[in-house]
Design a protein around this ligand. Structure first.
Ligand SMILES: C[S@@+](CC[C@H](N)C(=O)[O-])C[C@H]1O[C@@H](n2cnc3c(N)ncnc32)[C@H](O)[C@@H]1O
Length: 276
């Protein structure tokens, strides 16, 4: 692991408190049905759009490395750049149980995504940023960095919380007061200014996927695809995956790639290509 050292970034939402609270809960979340569905859908979309391996992939905010390991198993060289030492420690720990070839293809870099150009350089074949924008006060600067470090024709993959359908989870869970206040907040939610305490117990905000698409386009990219993640399972709390996981993922994939379902998914997954 290289460790150039993260500098605090004013753009991160309650920096530090989020990282400390996120790391312990995130591994547990990844093991739930909701976590498994999310990671499986993301990998499937990536394999639909990334160039065939080998290729150099940068995972900004890659956390404990689920996508990095999945891609490295397929032959990609993956670098995770993350400011949270605890997330990187978990990634390192999980790599110790992986094949030597997979371990050798993954590099862990300690640092803030805003500093990616100086920390890890540019020209990447694919740049991922999954589940990070919701912890920033303003996503625009990081989106520009993602575009800047992607090589011409390279793929950019962004997953974030969909602010235009925030009330759905609360409604399906029968939390009616929360549902009403989230419906009331919709105009502010679409502007990315509403925060809520999510399942990990930390505040996070959402964005309108159309706005993220426009910001990415203005940064020199063109849209390739928009998927919704967790249309059908988002309200299921910490339910563990069952023996029907493959069928659930297939149902989520088919719903998430089309309207109107993707519009009400908990998360949006945008895939863009860097213009030459
Ligand atoms: C919810 S986890 C997502 C981890 C992984 N990308 C995934 O989808 O499973 C959010 C990650 O974003 C990282 N993060 C927060 N602020 C960041 C920033 N400014 N630059 C890069 N990563 C950041 C956190 O340290 C954490 O690892």
């Amino acid at each position: 692991m290289t460790a150039p050292g993260a500098r605090p970034n004013d753009n991160s939402w309650v920096r530090g408190a989020v990282d400390r609270a996120l790391a312990p809960g995130y591994q547990a979340h990844t093991a739930t049905l909701r976590g498994a569905v999310r990671q499986r859908l993301v990998t499937r979309a990536l394999l639909t759009h990334l160039p065939t391996p080998p290729g150099r992939i940068l995972d900004v905010g890659g956390g404990e490395g689920t996508q990095a390991r999945a891609l490295a198993r397929l032959g990609y060289e993956v670098t995770i750049c993350d400011p949270d030492p605890e997330m990187l420690r978990q990634a390192d720990e999980r790599l110790s149980g992986a094949d030597a070839a997979v371990r050798d293809r993954i590099t862990l870099v300690h640092g803030d995504g805003h500093d990616a150009a100086s920390l890890v350089g540019g020209g990447w074949d694919g740049v991922l940023c999954h589940g990070v924008l919701m912890y920033l006060t303003d996503p625009a600067a990081l989106l520009h960095v993602l575009a800047d470090v992607t090589g011409a024709g390279g793929v950019i993959s962004v997953v974030g919380k969909n602010a235009t359908a925030l009330a759905l989870r609360a409604g399906l869970q029968g939390r009616w007061r929360d549902t009403l206040s989230l419906l009331d907040e919709e105009p502010r939610a679409a502007a990315g200014t509403v925060t809520e305490i999510g399942n990990l117990g930390v505040p996070s905000r959402g964005d309108d996927p159309h706005q993220i698409r426009d910001l990415l386009s203005a940064a020199g990219t063109e849209p390739l695809a928009w998927y919704g993640i967790r249309v059908l399972t988002d309200h299921l709390g910490d339910t563990p995956p069952g023996p029907d996981l493959d069928t659930v993922v297939e149902a989520e994939w088919r719903a998430g790639e089309r309207d109107p379902y993707r519009q009400v998914a908990r998360l949006y997954h945008l895939i863009h290509r860097r213009r030459p």
